[in-house]
Design a protein around this ligand. Sequence first.
Ligand code: PLP
Length: 406
Amino acid sequence: MFDINTVRADFPILSRQVNGKPLVYLDNGASAQKPQVVIDAVICGYGEEYANVHRGLHFLSNLSTEKYEGTRAIVARFLNAPSEDDIIFNSGTTEGINMVAYAWAMPRMQARDEIVLSVMEHHANIVPWHFLRERQGIVIKWVDVDANGDLDPQAVIDAITPRTKLVAVTQVSNVLGTVVDVKTITTGAHAKGVPVLVDGSQGAVHMAVDVADIGCDFYVITGHKLYGPSGSGAIYVHPDRMSEMQPFMGGGDMIREVSKDAVTYNDPPMKFEAGTPGIVQTIGFGVALEYMMGLGMENIAAHETALRDYASQRLNGLNWINVQGHSATKAAIFSFTLDGAAHAHDISTVLDKKGVAVRAGSHCAMPLMEHLGLNATCRASFGLYNTTDEVDVLIDALELCHDLFA
Ligand code: PLP
């Protein structure tokens, strides 16, 4: 059962005020708030159960190892990955994609080899590939979105040439909310022998994910957007790709034996987890995913679809608001500008005075901004605890901006 009042009561921060107004938190695309169960898990993790994982033979180390490793099975279940051994922990998407770039792509890509990206990727799925462009001479091939902000899967598949080594696309645009058909892209890319990385940072927040069904090679998620602690995250890696990866960072539990002359490595996935990990963050991440699965991913998606439709109708109903991205299946993420000279930063400052938290800027997606011909937008991004009443508060605050700046 998904009862919005019960859900909201799970998130203590939602009852606070900001600038003397009830908080309306619409910056979920940047980072989501945490339910009490996650906060409790973090407090308990440090207050009662803390020790380093894997290495100890004492009670607390065993307890913390059990909970930390338990999260691997939770992530596998959340993503419908065939095995928990397919899950590598990390600090979030940025580290996850950098790992794929360094551990898998770098040893396999030479000058003039190609990677296919969409123009609406987050910088986390652009900059690691620029590193390879700068250092190894690889070529980034960009696929545009259409006027609605949709990405044609066939255009991505058509961009693949015999030199393409990887396709890397987001499942949901953090700016436009566009949902990408990553399954069709994966099927088409595989038919041409090319692996696919899916950036699930936004996708996994808004819909049930099934990596077995998508068939992708890498699927990356970040804990803090999934109502978990920051500094947590994971990547699903298909076993065939996992066996092709070379260690990226060295030290800690990724080794089996080290001598003065040689080193042998642990088995995957630990082969790719160097140093003391984010122990408590990862445990809290598992609790957050359990929380989401407890609510039901279908229920979350249905709630957010209703929110999206209402917000769409209200925002698009005002002709001085220019919403970017009109994909029919978009997630509840709205980037917009207002007619007149007001900069997105000014608008977000006025909204903040009304207790409404949105993001303003280029949203770490400068190639998309260039494509849209914009420097900055405001972004209202909805989460599982938002309500249609909050959409109304947003609209009232935007009307005030319109009066002030028009
Ligand atoms: N990819 C997308 C689509 C995102 O929205 C974000 C965060 O905004 C990232 C990657 C980077 O995630 P993180 O900062 O958690 O590493």
